[in-house]
Design a protein around this ligand. Structure first.
Ligand code: NAP
Length: 259
């Protein structure tokens, strides 16, 4: 399917690995020029070069922490005038409700709620002026069904979800859509680190920890970054203009819900 977005320009935050990279690659494959970001410059430059060579698109890189005020200013400057925004950042650490202090919450809210909101505030006006734009926020399945040890993530991401629900309806008249993609378990570094926590906690091998988690998913496997990226690229396509303010689970059926 031709996604109809060849020649458009996208900012994909936190995109040197994992789900962000999956989104950047699927957009590059559709002919979209990119601004890519991550903290570590080495992996970022390597992936940017690979996408440039493979898909013949223009790729700019901004190596910085996207959750910091300075990082956001740097990325926003490079991304002025983009047609597509994909927000992403690392997730907060797991823990116990009784351990988290105000500072832990502020950090999680900054990274997973206020950072995407800052990018929307900075880049939505340009899209609205052009009468076309797409925003996809990478959130989590924990927005639909809480993961108890990820209380910081549950809190920050549901805050973002509430903000998007209203804002998506305010910008839709100008041809701009905002939607959230909710990953379940995907085979990325983040999943590796959660597997290694299970392996340590239960004193089992990484392979067993992975198999145990995969067994909880009806699809009986982890998702891939390529599948995730393809869903993101579709939401950014010409064909998705009537999908507004939705929360789309990509979880192999892992979240046990009727709707
Ligand atoms: P990942 O494989 O660890 O990749 C994270 C990417 O983001 C890397 O490119 C990393 O590069 C970059 N990054 C992290 N923090 C950043 C920051 N502050 N500023 C700029 N770049 C940053 O993670 P993932 O699995 O793709 O997860 C992406 C998001 O989805 C996370 O918020 C995660 O919690 C959420 N999620 C993932 C899963 C899953 O199963 N994978 C499930 C539910 C939710 P640098 O380290 O070099 O900055």
């Amino acid at each position: 399917m031709d996604l109809g977005i060849k020649g458009k320009r996208a900012l994909v935050c936190a995109s040197s690995k994992g789900l962000g990279l999956g989104c950047a690659e699927a957009l590059a494959e559709a002919g979209v020029n990119l601004v890519m970001n991550a903290r570590g410059a080495e992996a970022l430059e390597a992936e940017a070069a690979r996408l440039r060579d493979t898909y013949r698109v223009d790729v700019q890189t901004v190596a910085c922490d996207v959750t910091s005020t300075e990082g956001q200013a740097q990325v926003t400057e490079a991304a002025q005038g983009v047609d597509i925004l994909v927000t992403n950042a690392g997730g907060p650490p797991p823990g116990m409700w009784s351990d988290w202090e105000r500072e832990d919450f502020i950090k999680a809210l900054d990274a997973n709620m206020l950072t995407p909101i800052a990018f929307m505030k900075a880049l939505l006006p340009g899209m609205m002026e052009k009468g076309w734009g797409r925003v996809v926020n990478i959130t989590s399945q924990s927005v639909r069904a809480p993961i108890a040890v990820l209380g910081l993530s549950n809190a920050a991401r549901t805050g973002l979800t509430g903000y998007v629900a209203g804002t998506a309806r305010q910008v839709a008249p100008q041809g701009v859509t905002i939607n959230n993609l909710l990953p379940g378990i995907h085979a990325t570094d983040r999943a590796e680190s959660l597997d290694s926590a299970v392996s340590l906690q239960k004193n089992i091998s990484m392979e067993d920890a992975r198999a145990e988690r995969a067994a909880t998913i009806p699809a009986r496997r982890y998702g891939t970054r390529q599948e995730f990226g393809a869903a993101c690229a579709f939401l950014c396509s010409q064909h998705a203009g009537f999908i507004v303010g939705q929360n789309i689970l990509l979880d192999g059926g892992g979240t046990n819900l009727t709707m």
